[in-house]
Design a protein around this ligand. Sequence first.
Ligand code: ADP
Length: 384
Amino acid sequence: MNYFSSNFKLGILGGGQLGKMLLNDTRKFDIYTCVLDASNEAPCKIASNEFHLGDLMDYDAVYNFGKQVDVLTFEIENVNVDALEALEKEGVKVYPASQTLRTIQNKARQKLFYRDNNLPTSPFTRFAYTSEVKEAIEHGSLTIPFVWKSAQFGYDGQGVKIVKSVSDLEGLPNVECIAEELVPFKNELAVIVARTPSGESKNFPVVEMEFHPEANQVEYVICPARIPEDVAQKAIDVALKTSEAFNHVGLLAVEMFQTQNDEILINEVAPRPHNSGHQSIEASYTSQFEQHLRAILNLPLGRTDSKVGGVMVNLVGSEGYSGNVVYENISNIMGLDGVTPHIYGKKQTRPFRKMGHVTIVDQDINMARKIAEEVKSTIKVISE
Ligand code: ADP
């Protein structure tokens, strides 16, 4: 198949920042793209060849869009999987596969998958409704503390609650959920694995993720993770095994906990480019976005080692500001060594909305981490 400057059409479901960064690479290769998103202001709108407006959860919207392309991928998990399955049956190449997405979309099903495939994850119980969690505590079959997770539609820490007393359950939606053992982890790690339809796999280095304590959202990503070699190797082995178990095609970001005993437990996976790989744009020989394209198009995978240490800091909307976005002090941080800002192009800010990120490269990873803190405290994402 000739993808370059040809009639080939790549469809992308979702028009957010991940799609926008993927489009830098389709532009680089001159691969024709069609993007479907529900918002006329989606970051992808200006960079795709064709922009289609439609609801990603709507069967007809996804099916009709998919019929017009040769390979279909997605940059967001919340899409209509029945439509993907129908398209696969009719010969459209959907990568990653609908079956994988169906498993991942539901956290209870995802955890069962790990259990069934002997992949390490923390113990959990599934509940049809949150109200049953309360009953389980009363009957003594569930003990506090634990982590409550909505089975569906959670993202960026929405739909996750650490329950330390029964009152923490108040106000949670009465939906299908899991109660997961609270892991007192040393570190949160991630490994992105790329796999082609022919089964070639390559992993990016292990990264360390530092989370914002209130927002439950990644604040800094540090590549490489500052952990012992044998622990890093263990994390890589788990990630490769996970990608293999899904028979995955495309990128799979595997988020893991490093426990106090240096065991590795899978937290969750994302079958797409991921926040934990953004630093690869500046710091790696091949960015995660280029690698995703190579993987889903069955092209040879690129080098995944880093040219330099990289730290990524997310730019999220400041608390107390909603409305038309204004970025303050971007030019100041560009005066710091090795600093590159990425602005996603979302018009409206709100507290903790991901509006952009900044990559800091340095031979010394601790220096990069220090500059990242300066970046974080200097840039302000506010409203007019
Ligand atoms: P999301 O799908 O919204 O990203 P996650 O399942 O990754 O949600 O949880 C968000 C964050 O909550 C994690 O990155 C971690 O900091 C914390 N967390 C999740 N599960 C556990 C757990 N079992 N033990 C301790 N902390 C957890």
